[in-house]
Design a binder for this molecule. Structure first.
Ligand SMILES: [Zn+2]
Ligand SMILES: [Zn+2]
Length: 181
């Protein structure tokens, strides 16, 4: 069986001194091996301590990051909400952030996608699993507007297209409703 290096590499956490698989460490561009020195659970602990000791400064940093990288924030929230529903995540925050930056229009209705604060608007970008697989990968998601996502609901893309065809085929029959011209 071929195994990826990533699955077998181990590293010792400088903080808890435990030897853990490399997947238990965050990536870090600042480090030579590309991996952070504390393990994920220690990193979280360090963050908690920082927030405790200087909440104001931490809040300031978090706010300025959110303002600088609004799509990162969006990506993180989108992935987290899928994770909570039990969907496996195989797409990184940064990767999804880049996809969202590049997604200018909804691929279904062609409206201009816009991130907005406060109320959910119909053209808010949302993450859609094309075929509702229980995993998020780069190749099985698309970024569509909130309104299209709500309309698509639990349908696969194929089912959604069939649904749209059905509605379109009813146009003549529906013309008896005076509000359709
Ligand atoms: Zn540790
Ligand atoms: Zn749309």
């Amino acid at each position: 069986m071929v195994r990826k290096m990533e699955e077998i590499a181990m590293k010792r956490c400088y903080r808890c001194k435990e030897i853990k698989p490399i997947t238990e460490f965050y990536k870090s561009r600042a480090k030579k091996d590309g991996v952070a020195t504390p393990c994920k659970s220690c990193s979280k602990e360090i963050m908690r301590e920082k927030w405790k000791s200087n909440p104001e400064k931490c809040r300031e940093i978090a706010t300025s990051f959110r303002l600088r990288r609004p799509f990162y924030n969006w990506a993180q929230k989108s992935l987290n909400s899928h994770k909570k529903k039990g969907v496996k995540i195989e797409l990184g925050n940064k990767e999804l952030e880049q996809m969202a930056i590049n997604a200018k229009f909804c691929p279904l209705c062609r409206c201009e996608l816009k991130l907005n604060k406060g109320n959910v608007k119909s053209n808010l970008p949302t993450l859609d699993r094309i075929n509702n697989e229980n995993v998020i990968r780069k190749d099985n998601v698309m970024i569509i507007c909130h309104q299209c996502n709500t309309t698509k609901g639990g349908r696969t893309l194929k089912e959604f297209i069939d649904y749209c065809k059905l509605i379109a085929s009813l146009e003549k029959m529906l013309q008896k409703y005076s509000c359709i011209n």
